[in-house]
Design a protein around this ligand. Structure first.
Ligand code: SF4
Length: 283
């Protein structure tokens, strides 16, 4: 990102409560979701292990605010769930691997491969330009996405759009957005290992069809799911990552940042790094 800021970049910094060159330094506060938009407190008991601080719980949970542990805590997806992994289904995987965009969308919207297919209102396939060079990967639909069947349309989506705008990108032109899970986990709980295992073939097929030049993983579930590791987000951020040879930048999920604006400065650095990597790819 250039040193001299454009208006979108300046607005993005102001949105993130970061200092804008030439402006007085802002106060750094912990953002709280307005009461009118805050989903109900999770009723599902937390599974064993350190789970608070995930992007989705950060988006949904009312006060008391959890500590910003997004980058500090590693929660192996398989260890979170008492559910067994679904049995391997080579025929299903082979079928998914051959689908075009249209049939892939149809299969996702009709999918019942995990229990989330029974509780969702709408499966969310993705959004943006399926010929875009950039792929942003999030975690799972939230309440608003589930209700509307669209990706990143809540407050986190607005912040993501601001991030894209500051980068000179847009969903309409350069960017496609997808999630690790296509259906919303009840009560905004974190994804479970078997759900990720059942759903990630769809994302893998989307990536194969899209063939992005660069991927940005939003939050630890996206990063860990794509990279198939349990490494903490703090160790994945800022280090070169690849998904099948495609450069992958790891940063925070916008929903997490809504609750932890103090970490948004790190997002600024991640986005600049992503632009730098992309610029090198263009040479
Ligand atoms: S989350 Fe994925 S695997 Fe589970 S029902 Fe929805 S689309 Fe199917």
């Amino acid at each position: 990102m250039p040193d001299s800021l454009t208006d979108p970049q300046r607005q993005f910094l102001q949105l993130l409560h970061l200092s804008v060159p030439g402006d007085p330094p802002p106060e750094v506060t912990q953002a709280k979701a307005p009461a009118s938009t805050a989903p109900p407190k999770r009723s599902t008991p937390a599974p064993a292990g350190p789970v608070p601080g995930s992007p989705r719980s950060a988006e949904a949970a009312p006060p008391p605010a959890p500590p910003p542990v997004e980058e500090a805590v590693s929660v192996p997806q398989r260890a979170e769930s008492a559910l067994p992994d679904p049995p391997p289904d080579p025929q299903r995987l082979m079928r998914i691997a051959t689908l075009d965009w249209l049939d892939l969308g149809h299969m996702i919207t009709a999918c019942r491969a995990c229990s989330l297919g029974e509780t969702r209102k709408h499966a969310v396939v993705g959004a943006g330009n399926p010929r875009g060079s950039w792929l942003f990967v999030g975690e799972a639909p939230g309440a608003e996405e589930d209700r509307r069947g669209e990706a990143f349309v809540g407050r986190g989506g607005q912040l993501l759009d601001a991030m894209l705008h500051a980068m000179g990108l847009s969903r309409e032109h350069e960017v496609y957005i997808a999630n690790i899970l296509k259906c919303r986990p009840p009560n905004n709980r974190d994804p479970l290992g078997p759900e990720v295992h059942a759903c990630i073939p769809y994302l893998q097929r989307q990536i194969a069809l899209l063939q992005p030049r660069i991927i940005v993983a939003l939050g630890r579930f996206a990063a860990q799911g794509l990279l198939q590791v349990d490494t903490p987000l703090a160790k994945l951020r800022g280090t070169p990552q690849q998904y099948q040879g495609i450069p992958l930048i790891v940063t925070y999920h916008p929903a997490y940042l809504l609750r932890n604006p103090i970490d948004k400065r790190k997002v600024w650095e991640d986005l600049k790094r992503a632009l730098e990597v992309f610029a090198v790819l263009q040479k």
